[in-house]
Design a protein. Structure first.
Length: 222
């Protein structure tokens, strides 16, 4: 299997009992990431590999989920990838932590809605560790932060499930260039903006975010 930038985190983990964590220390191209996810998901479905959470960054790109409206692509200033995950248009790029989650739901809870809600709660709990109140909003995908009279999106999610194994996952804005979101209508929501931890005045390293993500994941997914 090619080297997709799986990083320097090597843990002695049982294939049956634990979730493996991998962190890439360089940006990973989107096609390479999707190929790696699909390979790993198939291995998990065949009981040949453990569950995996892969933390990474992408070069600047836009991705279109299965519900994407072409009118929401305003300015294709970066490569655009059509993908099989749920959701609409989103942006990925440096300063944003992407978490790809490959779990065998048959070994956990074979409930797609419950899994999506757990992903949302994972993001909410992670933000809480930085004293940020992330919230769900009815009819709007993602995690939102109230900012006086307005609300901004700080995290997104989109998943695909095949043979009860999940892939794709979540993205959390740590310190990306927020102007890069201007080329799309993020997740089809026109009346609200986007934010990041840095935009909220919270300056943390990506390593700090990774620690928080892992801590919160254990709380939600065990």
């Amino acid at each position: 299997m090619p080297d997709y930038g799986f990083g320097r985190l090597n843990l002695d983990i049982s294939l049956k009992a634990e979730t493996e964590w991998q962190i890439s220390d360089r940006p990973v191209g989107y096609p390479e990431a999707v190929a790696a996810m699909e390979t790993r998901a198939a291995m998990i479905a065949d009981s040949q590999a453990s569950d995996l959470v892969w933390l990474l960054e992408h070069p600047p790109i836009y991705t279109a989920g299965t519900s994407a409206n072409d009118a929401d692509l305003i300015d294709a200033r970066f490569p655009v990838y059509r993908t099989g995950r749920g959701g609409q248009f989103t942006y990925h790029g440096p300063g944003q932590r992407v978490g790809y989650v490959m779990l065998n739901l048959k070994n956990r809870k074979p409930d797609v809605r419950a899994f999506v809600r757990d992903l949302e709660q994972w993001l909410i709990e992670t933000l809480a560790l930085f004293n940020v109140k992330g919230e769900r909003r009815e009819g709007r995908v993602g995690i939102w932060v109230a900012r006086g009279l307005r609300e901004d999106k700080i995290a997104a999610l989109g998943v695909r499930i095949r043979r009860w194994v999940t892939f794709h996952g979540v993205s959390l804005n740590v310190d990306p260039d927020l102007s890069h979101f201007d080329g799309i209508v993020p997740c089809g929501v026109r009346q609200h903006g986007v934010t990041s931890l840095a935009d909220l005045g919270i300056i943390v390293s990506m390593a700090d975010v990774d620690v928080a993500l892992k801590q919160s994941f254990q709380k939600i997914f065990g």
